[in-house]
Design a protein around this ligand. Structure first.
Ligand SMILES: [Zn+2]
Length: 490
């Protein structure tokens, strides 16, 4: 009995110590959102209607890229670029502009101090298609560039003509003011981000042959999002990493024939088993340096229980990860995802197909690679009759992770905090693909961020129906880009 009591007491003491540590860490981690020590920047004056009209005009150029290169109307890109030249004369007078493969454009604004590594700003000229059929959901035709109810409507307003025109509006004003950058500023405008990114790739390769090692690359991929679950303040999401991309084509082969005398092994059955095998063997998933930094950055803004869990990840990590896995968008940043997207087999209800084909799309976390994912898939399918091949594109590796909390990250964070003082700035992993991935050959420090204040509802619109940007949001973006360029060039 005495022994038992001793154990009990020791147990209670241990629990008390643990609880003490948990509470202490929670309280000491609970700092209010960092706003007080920032002096809001003074932004330039501009007429919001003038810049909105230019974005609306840009939308009217149907720079749509299509999966098949020959279906794209490349003449429109020439017209678009002629319009850019005419609309932003101060910018084009300040830079050395060159066409890089086809319709991609590199503009170099030479700085006076060659010891400073350049900063590269990226934006793409092309957009995804949009149905112009009447009555299917667009409130205004997607390529008319209509401004209504305080919004600029149209394909590309968010992705990515907002960034392209935003940068040009800012840079043109900066050049007109007589600004001479100390640091070289480069502007890379790819022409086929939505299909292949060959333009951005060529720009990155060209810069590599010239020995350019940028201080940082800034591209689309993050923004300021309000209305995120569990967090009150808007979040400025700076994409410091980007997931890789891979589509595997599974082909199951079996004997064809009449369905009245089927063999035990069929193509459709084998393919189904293969897909189930992949889905039931998910990839390793969990908090990494980026998602941990994000949790810490947002913790002060969350409820007590969440704060306690985040301040004590040494104890609550499995619980936190479990909770995150419950939200698809959070789950996607924790690990490599699996998405069967196409399945094709059979032609007649009483005939066995000799072949069944499925496409499975993977988005690769930085702990995985194209090779390791392919190997994992081969192992779990474990069926020599199911061939595993690559789809047309060869896939891309996950990006390196850019510096967080130092170097160019601090420079960008500073600009954001001065212009959106009410936001929490946090690093983030971008789950889609951007042109910036090609620049990993010349720098590790790639930041995916555009200074737009958006809501989750806005995000549902890009690549979808009624893509739009508010006039106010766009005007502010131009002002922030102006400050960003000015600070980059200083
Ligand atoms: Zn884009």
């Amino acid at each position: 009995m005495g022994k038992f009591l001793k154990f009990l007491l020791a147990g209670i003491l241990l629990l008390a110590v643990l609880a003490g540590i948990v509470v202490f860490r929670t309280i000491s981690a609970h700092k209010p959102v960092q706003t007080s020590d920032v002096t809001p920047a003074e932004l330039i004056d501009l007429d919001a209607n003038v810049v909105a009209a230019n974005l609306a005009r840009a939308v009217q150029f149907k720079t749509v890229t299509t999966q098949k290169r020959e279906d794209t109307d490349w003449q429109i890109f020439l017209g678009f670029q002629a319009w850019l030249l005419e609309t932003y004369p101060n910018f084009y007078a300040a830079v050395a502009s060159e066409q890089v493969v086809d319709y991609a454009q590199l503009n170099v604004w030479q700085g006076s101090d060659p010891s400073l590594a350049p900063i590269v700003f990226l934006a793409h000229q092309d957009v995804v298609p949009a149905s112009e059929e009447k009555g299917i959901g667009w409130d205004y035709p997607p390529f008319d560039g209509v401004i209504a109810d305080g919004f600029i409507y149209g394909r590309g307003t968010i992705d990515d003509k907002g960034s392209l025109i935003g940068l040009l509006e800012a840079a043109d004003r900066l050049a007109a003011s007589g600004f001479k950058p100390k640091r070289t500023l480069m502007f890379g405008f790819g022409h086929d981000e939505e299909v292949a990114g060959s333009g951005a790739k060529a720009i990155a390769e060209l810069l590599k042959t010239r020995g350019v090692a940028p201080y940082a690359v800034i591209d689309e991929g993050g923004a300021i999002l309000s209305g995120m679950p569990g967090v009150n303040s808007p979040l400025a999401l700076i994409g410091v990493a980007e997931k890789g991309y891979l589509t595997l084509v599974l082909t199951a082969k079996a004997r064809g024939g009449h369905s009245s005398t089927p063999p035990p092994y069929t193509a459709i059955g084998a393919l189904s088993k293969a897909i189930v095998a992949i889905e039931s063997h998910p990839f390793e998933s969990g908090l990494d340096a980026v998602s941990t930094a994000m949790l810490k950055a947002t913790s002060a803004d969350q409820d007590f229980m969440s704060r306690m869990a985040i301040a004590n990840l040494w104890l609550f990590k499995p619980l936190v990860e479990k909770k995150m896995r419950g939200t698809d968008s959070m789950n996607a940043v924790l690990g490599t995802t699996i998405a069967p997207t196409i399945i094709e087999a059979g032609f007649k209800e009483n005939a066995l197909p000799r072949e069944a084909v499925a496409h499975v799309n993977f988005r690769l976390h930085s702990r995985d690679s194209v090779e390791s994912v392919t190997e994992h898939v081969r192992k779990v399918i474990n069926d020599p009759n199911v061939e595993i091949g690559l789809s047309g594109n060869i896939g891309s590796e996950p990006s390196p992770i850019s510096q967080i909390g130092s170097g160019p990250y601090l420079w960008l964070e500073d600009v954001v905090r001065q212009t959106f003082p009410e936001t929490i700035v946090t690093p983030n992993t971008v789950v889609g693909g951007t042109d910036s991935r090609y620049f990993a050959i010349i720098t590790d420090d790639i930041y995916r961020f555009a200074p737009y204040a958006l809501t989750p509802a806005d995000l549902a619109r890009f690549h979808g129906l009624n893509e739009r940007m508010s006039v106010e949001t766009f005007a502010k973006a131009v002002q922030v880009y102006y400050l960003m360029l000015e600070k980059a060039g200083e």
